[in-house]
Design a protein around this ligand. Sequence first.
Ligand code: PEP
Length: 226
Amino acid sequence: MKLLLIAGNWKSNKTISESEDWIQKFNAKCQMLNAKWENKTVVLCAPFTLLNILKESIEAEKLPLGLGAQDVSPFGDGAYTGEISARMLKGLADWVIIGHSERRKYFMENDEVLAQKVAKAKEAGLKVIYCVPDDKMSVPRSVDVVAYEPVWAIGTGKSDSPENANSVISSIKKQSGIHIVIYGGSVTAENVFSFVSQDAIDGVLPGGASLDPVMFARLITAAISG
Ligand code: PEP
């Protein structure tokens, strides 16, 4: 059976009470759809401040959701004020996004620092989703998943064509040797199946469409059933 990974990215959004409200509404949708989600991986990548409460709610409600962070420190524990180390994350999240284009753009993260982040995340046993804007960008060997996210498609409502995404993803797979590559950039419930039905595309990374629990549940259903 073809692999399917859906990784929602909340970016810098939601308070604790908003995240609790999201879980409640998502849970109501999940109850009806649970059976169909077997063998699919759905991960919610949330701000650090919400990981603990989300972990508790996901466990209490037995939701079929994994948890991911959106960044990690390139350093270990120690005198790095404001940083969250990979060891601090382990236990709260199983996944971490590294190299998102917003981190590269607004926080000047370069290949060198990203490679350090990947190394720390892997040392701590986290699974890494590594974002690249095209097939030219180098990818550290140890990452688990690559997300192809053309910068112009992120948050713009203009997605890449499924055919082009498939061809870029095939090229990323060939060059990086990484077997799981997903697409991100204005993915919605309406267009998700056109991406995941492509040969080389193993899943999607929706940002905006993961913020609303009903919309996110619809997107997952559409990805699974077309
Ligand atoms: C993202 O968060 O990486 C993303 C692709 O966002 P959006 O789906 O809103 O374009």
